[in-house]
Design a protein around this ligand. Sequence first.
Ligand code: NDP
Length: 333
Amino acid sequence: MFKALLVNKTDDAGYHCTLSELDESQLPASGDVTVRVEWSTINYKDGLAITGKAPVVRSFPLVPGIDFAGVVTASDHPQWKVGDRVVLNGFGVGENHWGGLAQMARVKGDWLVALPDALSTREAMAIGTAGYTAMLCVMALQRHWDAAGVKPRSGEVLVTGAGGGVGGVAIALLAAMGHTVVASTGRLEESEYLKGLGATEVMDRAGLSVAGKPLQKERWIGVVDSVGSHTLANACASTRYGGAVAACGLAQGMDFPSSVAPFILRGITLYGIDSVMAPLEKRQAAWQRLATDLDRAKLAAITKEVGLAEALAAAPDILAGKVRGRLVVNVNA
Ligand code: NDP
């Protein structure tokens, strides 16, 4: 038997998620690798899955959790053997395949990435899908800057949703690369925390959250945006000539009320960042970079540990933007 969160939808109880005891025989037969999960996390999407606030879960009953890190206990996949340390992000896990908010998982071996030696399973999940996505954003910007010959400190980089998981890791990574990072947040009381991660300036997100002009004062050489909606539109409108924006999230909204002006008059580039179906080589590169480039003290500052039961309670909080940084879940607590 193992412990897991379980989402279900029934006529009597409606949509609900409970801490449950499950039998290993209930794990999905479609998987070919069984993993003893050591750590998982609560991401924004997990908040949606646990609360049912958006139709993220597409089959019932389902164990939520879009990511986990652990050790292989059984494998019918040629690449994986018992004892291998692995990390999983996305591929519909925690949405239409049983996920990581559990002590056991069975998934397709093709979805797994070998955990770099330098990362513990706890560190991997402190980073989680949010941090891995932040790295995908930073890699997209870096490729752009390399091609354009943009040097660190040649201009400011904006990180929106700075108090959240993607935002916190993005600030730490960009600051470590030598960039001047401006953090946009609705929680100005967290300014010292954001500066501790490497932000040189903290700005109130209010100015970015409302409709703005299609072209604004040129400021950013790059942007990591996890917020979407007017915030993304304003970020594009204030990106410098030839600069780039990496868009990965929708914490404010899925809409993008922008115009073509920044694209056709300033030649800016908007990169869409997807972590769920990203190809294996990109995942491996991102995890290797996280293992070497992310300051562990900053990761510790971002991270708060909770148990499986507390993860349930934290789900509405992450949707309300009340969680600072990352929640790592000890599935054995
Ligand atoms: P968090 O909840 O940790 O962070 C989101 C942050 O956005 C909040 O902390 C808050 O920061 C800000 N925010 C929340 N609501 C609003 C609002 N109404 N207006 C403006 N800002 C707001 O989530 P994550 O960092 O885990 O994820 C961020 C986004 O990225 C989510 O939309 C998520 O779905 C998406 N995502 C996408 C992935 C992909 O593959 N493309 C992968 C991972 C995440 P503050 O308080 O500092 O303002």
